[in-house]
Write a new protein. Structure first.
Lengths: 320, 364
């Protein structure tokens, strides 16, 4: 592409390489290598520092629910409840955000007036610019009160589904509230990715569908969605990665407890990230080291999800 | 001209225009039908809810949306056909999706504005929390603004050179395995949870300086970990936009490669680079979790020294005030949130303006 070939572009005929070129090229390469080192360092330092508490742990780290690490004697802690809460919150967010994001992307690309499309995309991007702590503040200071009526309706009419069974939390500081705020936060990520692929759908495909007399929806279903599917999946996975690692919104909204509870309208559950933020200031004994171990689990989960997302997105590029 | 052509058509004998409608359009709803149905749905749902004594804006909105979808499908099935009815249904759903996205944005901005303005004034912006007890009706965010500025600047100082040089490597030098690995892992790094970046610095600081060492520099390093991949991504994109002819022209004049990059490539892309960096700044300036871990969450005094003691920042200030939970604390949190949003929006706006007005004119 537009990359230049260093071997041919460098003035090889001169016989010796210029000092400036050597220094500059090595600085550039060094920066790149430094990034790899930082990433490796993140994994390495977390591993080293968590080793301390993991070897002292008297319980199984992966299957234990309670968190009794702020001691020097026989700490017993595990991430089972935290990992469950993390996945639950992210799943709620993803379930709410993905369909809406696809709708928004379709709206911006195919329904909104052309002149407005760019502005609307920019407005959706604004959602991504708002700091997570402000989302948390909005959630705890405004949204949870607004959601209370909605939760009552849910409990009254859908209470027979275990997920929505009561008694509902009076404060509204529940997993569902946290999930809804997370959904708003990942909406712009999924929208941006979906919008990108929807815009790249070959015009020929779309016009062919329309020329056969299909309606706009049939055109979208036959030409746009199949083409855009990998991009949407990749975007959703990136959103999932963000939702898994999001700290502040959950830490501020959810009223936590370290049990595995499937009841979305009652307070309970906790995510890894929020647990770390809340526990860190009071951590003593093996506490900090144990929290680092929890962070390592989170790092591993998000790493797998993100690599998967990149893989899906990259594969699409090869085909299109 | 127009009158002469018109005369024959209006003077044509026989049927009026209604019967001469082309067949293709015969079974279609008029253009004004969807908005009319929408207005009717809104009126009906508001009326029903009011009659039941349960009127509320959210309730009306939800009911209107449902009513509209049902009505438009029925109308379209009757006047058109099932396929068009489905199309209209999807159109309605897509519009509703967009409205759903606007709802939280407007709600969030308006609540922050309304609640924040109660306490945001010159006093709030110019005093710290030093000597102020949590429930006292006093104190401000000056120390947090100082911390945010200092930490963010140091983070930028670390991440801009690394990010920019990496982008240069990827675009100008990068080939083969190493470049591919860097590209992939920069993408992966974008997805590191912010709290993990904080933990990384905690672990690093524990090994280097011993346990319990919190200062602004630690916060800056954790923010830099988050900022570097964003800078690399955006800079790489911008450098790739620089036309190859410019580089080739420079080489043809015998200019060394590194001078070509410094004098030709970077100046051409400078607007885009600045935009990307400002967007990256706007992203990390609101980061809370890593700073809670690394720079501490209990500083109350003004501290300009990045290497000595805890340092408050605006996002952490909001978080700490919310955790205290009193009425005054919430007021402080809202006002600080408004300050933070204004700063972020200014960065965002500046970035857009720079890219708009200083972008090189590439296409002819």
């Amino acid at each position: 592409m537009s990359t230049t070939d260093s071997s041919t572009a460098a003035p090889a005929s001169q016989g010796k390489r210029r000092i400036g070129d050597v220094v500059f090229a090595n600085t550039a390469r060094g920066s790149g290598v430094l990034i790899l080192l930082i990433l490796a360092g993140v994994a390495a330092f977390l591993l080293i520092q968590s080793f301390d508490s993991l070897s002292a742990n008297t319980a199984n780290f992966l299957t234990t629910e309670e968190w009794d690490a702020n001691t020097r004697e026989n700490p017993a802690f595990g991430v089972a409840a935290l990992a469950f809460g993390t996945v639950l919150a992210a799943a709620i967010a993803l379930l709410i955000a993905t369909p809406v994001a696809i709708g928004i992307a379709l709206f911006i690309v195919y329904y909104a007036p052309r002149r407005l499309a760019a502005v609307l995309g920019y407005i959706v991007d604004l959602l991504a610019a708002i700091p997570s702590v402000v989302y948390g503040l909005w959630g705890i200071g405004y949204l949870v009160f607004q959601l209370h009526d909605f939760y009552q309706l849910l409990e009254r009419y859908l209470g027979w589904i275990p997920l929505f069974s009561g008694p509902i939390s009076t404060t509204g500081r529940t997993m569902l509230s946290a999930g809804i705020v997370l959904a708003v936060m990942i909406l712009p990520i999924i929208t941006a990715m979906s919008r990108d692929v929807f815009q790249q759908v070959p015009q020929g495909h779309r016009e062919a569908a329309l020329a056969l007399g299909s309606t706009r929806w049939e055109m979208i279903r036959m030409a746009v969605l199949p083409f855009g599917r990998p991009g949407v999946i990749g975007g959703a996975m990136l959103g999932l990665g963000r939702a898994l690692g999001e700290t502040m919104a959950v830490a501020m909204i959810l009223s936590p407890s370290l049990i595995i509870s499937p009841f979305l309208l009652q307070s309970g559950n906790q995510t890894i990230a929020a647990h770390i933020a809340l526990q860190y200031p009071e951590a003593t004994g093996y506490g900090v080291s144990a929290l680092i171990a929890a962070g390592l689990v989170l790092f591993a989960i998000t790493l797998v999800v993100n690599m998967g997302a990149r893989f899906v997105v990259a594969r699409r590029k090869e085909f299109s | 001209m127009t009158t002469t052509t018109r005369t024959p058509s209006t003077g044509a004998p026989g049927d009026g225009p209604a019967q001469r409608q082309p067949r293709l359009l015969s079974g279609s709803l008029p253009r004004f039908a969807p908005p009319a149905v929408l207005v009717a749905a809104a009126l009906v749902s508001a009326g029903v809810l009011a009659a039941l004594g349960a009127f509320s804006w959210p309730g009306t909105a939800v009911l209107t949306a449902l009513l509209y979808l049902v009505a438009i499908v029925i109308a379209s099935t009757a006047a058109e056909n099932a396929r068009k009815a489905k199309d209209r249904l999807v159109t309605g759903v897509v519009y509703i999706c967009f409205a759903l996205a606007m709802l939280p944005l407007l709600s969030l901005l308006s609540t922050v504005l309304i609640n924040g303005l109660e306490r945001l004034d010159g006093y709030f912006l110019t005093v710290s929390m030093n000597g102020v007890t949590p429930s006292m009706d006093a104190g401000g965010v000056y120390h947090a603004i100082v911390g945010t500025v200092a930490i963010t600047l140091l983070a930028a100082l670390i991440s801009i050179p690394i990010g920019l040089f990496t982008a240069i490597y990827l675009v100008e030098y990068g080939k083969g395995r190493l470049a591919k690995a860097i590209t992939f892992f920069v993408d992966v790094m974008t997805g590191i949870p912010s709290i993990v970046a904080g933990l990384f610095v905690v672990a690093l600081w524990m090994m280097v300086f011993g346990p319990g060492e919190t200062n602004g520099a630690a916060g800056a390093v954790s923010l830099a970990v988050l900022m570097i991949p964003v800078v690399v991504r955006s800079s790489e994109e911008m450098l790739r936009l620089v036309p190859n002819e410019l580089r080739e022209a420079s080489y043809a004049l015998g200019v060394p490669k590194w001078l070509t990059i410094v004098k030709v490539v970077l100046p051409t892309a400078i607007a885009g680079l600045t935009t990307g960096i400002m967007l990256a700044l706007a992203r990390v300036i609101g980061e809370t979790a890593p700073l809670v871990l690394t720079a501490g969450s209990s500083a109350v005094a003004i501290n300009w020294n990045l290497f000595d003691g805890q340092m408050m920042s605006l996002p952490v200030f909001i978080y700490a005030q919310v955790r205290m939970g009193g009425a005054i604390n919430m007021e402080r949190a809202w006002a600080a949130a408004l300050t933070l949003i204004v700063i972020v929006m200014l960065l965002f706006l500046a970035a857009r303006l720079i890219s708009r007005f200083f972008a090189p004119k590439l296409g002819r």
